[in-house]
Design a protein around this ligand. Structure first.
Ligand code: G1P
Length: 298
């Protein structure tokens, strides 16, 4: 069955980034640099590779630097052109977005992820749409969202990226109860936001990539607060698991996930991306070897 194409993606970036204070006093977390690109650039690149044409950012007060980042830097481009620094010019230009391709909506109060997505409802019509949480960085040969879009083209409905997590970590994620255990695409019976390990039905967790039906936005129209007194996206998607609803599948993506919303996750991503960076990999590896040798000595 062929489905309506997914051409819009919502990027919720309104969070305060308290885990990265004091850095986030003056820079949005999404602008923090993973090797040589801001976190948000990885999310944008993944969306573009998956065929997304319209990029909707849900922002909040203090996110000005994020909006500025997507301006075209004409003066800088001219300087690089004059100095014939063509590589840098090409790099800079590869981050330019088409005029009108980016929209910003404001989340006026921090009422949760579900509320953030609902704030973008007027920019989505009767069409499936993607959601990308830039904190969740996924390294893979085929970008995660593209893998999901390929699955969506066949089965439609709602699809959430999923990964097994240590059982003691269920209270950090949306947790899925799936009907079958085999294969990469699993029908979801229900999903719960951040259950304690004792209450969790599995250790299959939602990772920040979604393809959703517009009915999820309708569910959010009438949403009440859930876990942590926030309006949860998980609850609105869970409603679609019921009879005569659009259905939900978990997709166990191929790739390596980094939780760049935590300091340790950000450090891991930095090391991993540094080790696969074409210009840095060799020297960086040598450096890490000396660091580890030194640790073993002491
Ligand atoms: C959000 C979602 C959660 C999901 C997680 C993935 O939680 O609410 O269901 O598992 O992202 O990163 P957050 O990390 O924003 O607390």
């Amino acid at each position: 069955m062929s489905q309506k194409e997914v051409t819009k993606a919502i990027f919720p970036v309104a969070g305060m980034g308290t885990r990265f204070l004091p850095a986030t006093k003056s820079i949005p977390k999404e602008i923090m640099t993973l090797v040589d690109r801001p976190l948000v650039q990885y999310a944008i690149d993944e969306a573009r590779a998956a065929g997304i044409k319209e990029f909707i950012f849900v922002t909040s007060r203090g996110k000005g630097a994020l909006e500025d980042y997507f301006d075209h830097a004409h003066q800088l481009e001219n300087q690089l052109r004059e100095r014939k620094q063509t590589d840098l010019l090409a790099l800079l230009q590869s981050t330019n977005m088409d005029s009108g391709a980016i929209a910003y909506v404001r989340q006026h109060r921090a009422l949760g992820l579900g509320h953030a997505i609902w704030c973008a409802r007027r920019l989505i019509s009767d069409e499936p749409f993607a959601v990308i949480l830039p904190d969740d960085v996924i390294a893979s040969d085929t970008p995660c969202l593209q893998q999901m879009i390929e699955v969506h083209a066949n089965i439609g409905g709602n699809i959430v990226a999923a990964m097994r997590v240590p059982p003691e970590r269920t209270s950090s994620y949306g947790i899925l109860d799936v009907a079958d255990e085999a294969g990469r695409t699993l029908r979801v019976r229900s999903m719960v936001e951040k259950p304690l390990p004792a209450a969790a039905t599995s250790n299959l967790a939602v990772i920040g990539r979604y393809i959703l039906t517009p009915s999820v936005l309708e569910n959010l129209d009438n949403a009440t607060v859930g876990t942590n007194d926030e309006i949860q996206l998980t609850d609105a998607i869970n409603e679609e698991t019921g009879p005569r609803k659009s259905g939900v599948h978990a997709f166990r993506f191929q790739g390596q996930h980094f939780d760049c919303g935590s300091k340790l996750g950000f450090l891991r991503a930095t090391v991993s991306f540094g080790l696969s960076h074409p210009q840095l990999a060799n020297e960086f590896l040598e450096y890490l070897k000396t660091v580890i040798a030194h640790v073993h000595e002491v």
